[in-house]
Design a protein around this ligand. Structure first.
Ligand SMILES: Nc1ncnc2c1ncn2[C@@H]1O[C@H](COP(=O)(O)OP(=O)(O)OP(=O)(O)O)[C@@H](O)[C@H]1O
Length: 245
């Protein structure tokens, strides 16, 4: 169980990114993390990984996250964490030596699925291929809590949809995914739970089976939770044109 209790993060300069946030994610859950730009999704993940200082408590199976258990977490980030000058094969060798649970077969299968070259330096990959490789590493590390922050920015729709299907097929029951994305509709059949952030707080938390029982789509839930105003664009346009007159 990954647990965050009363987590607060304020960046230098006064911006409050996480505000007394409580969240627990159990083994085997596939959780979508949603929220507007600046809601705190990336900050939450970076606090979990110990990449940022925060106040409050974050634990993994009730233990603090330290170098002893950090390998149970992996991170696929659009900021990228691979070594640009190294090839995929060199990464595989490095990960194999660093992570005792490295999933060699999964690495090879995903490399094949995305048709990525093994011997080429990653810096020579396209943007989409770099993202794919980032995700492959996070899934192959042997972690049981896999954090993904907008992993497919720049990937085409076919690659993304196929990937979610493959992922559902390969994940083992204890593997947990926390996936931050703006592509609500695209991931609704992949996730089992949706957590909605707003200004650093959890403002919505629902399982997809709850939504099914209520006959609501994930998008409807998201819009209701954020009290989405469908006429927002037209009102903004009205205001702008009035200003010009
Ligand atoms: N390095 C930083 N220094 C100062 N403020 C920051 C920094 N990184 C993020 N912030 C601020 O913290 C808040 C949360 O940002 P964060 O990147 O976590 O949001 P997000 O939900 O991931 O957004 P997006 O969907 O745009 O990626 C925002 O107000 C942002 O401006």
């Amino acid at each position: 169980m990954l647990s965050l209790y009363q987590v607060k993060k304020t960046y230098l300069g006064g911006s409050r990114a996480l505000d007394t946030l409580d969240l627990s994610i159990g083994p085997g859950e596939i959780v979508g993390l949603f929220g507007e730009n600046g809601a705190g999704k990336t900050t939450l993940m970076k606090c979990v990984l110990g990449l940022l200082r925060y106040s409050g408590v974050i634990t993994l199976d009730e233990e603090p996250i330290t170098p002893k258990n950090i390998a149970r977490l992996s991170f696929a980030t659009c900021e990228h964490s691979y070594f640009p000058a190294l090839s995929a094969a060199a990464h595989r060798d490095f990960y194999r030596s660093m992570f005792p649970n490295f999933r060699e077969k999964r690495f090879a299968a995903l490399m094949e699925f995305f048709e990525l070259p093994t011997r080429k330096a990653i810096r020579g990959f396209s943007t989409g291929q770099k993202n794919q490789f980032e995700v492959i590493l996070a899934l192959s590390q042997g972690a049981d809590y896999i954090l993904m922050d907008e992993p497919f920015a720049g990937n085409d729709i076919f690659n993304r949809e196929d990937f979610y299907k493959v992922l559902l097929g390969i994940l083992e029951p204890h593997e947990t995914i926390l996936l931050s994305t703006h592509l609500v509709e695209e991931v609704q059949h992949f996730i089992g739970r949706a957590v909605l952030l707003h200004k650093g707080k959890v403002v919505g938390d629902v399982t997809t089976s709850q939504l099914e029982d209520e006959g609501r789509t994930l998008m409807e839930y998201v819009k209701e939770t954020y009290r989405y105003q469908a006429d927002r664009v037209s009102r903004a346009l009205d205001q702008l044109t009035q200003e010009e007159e």
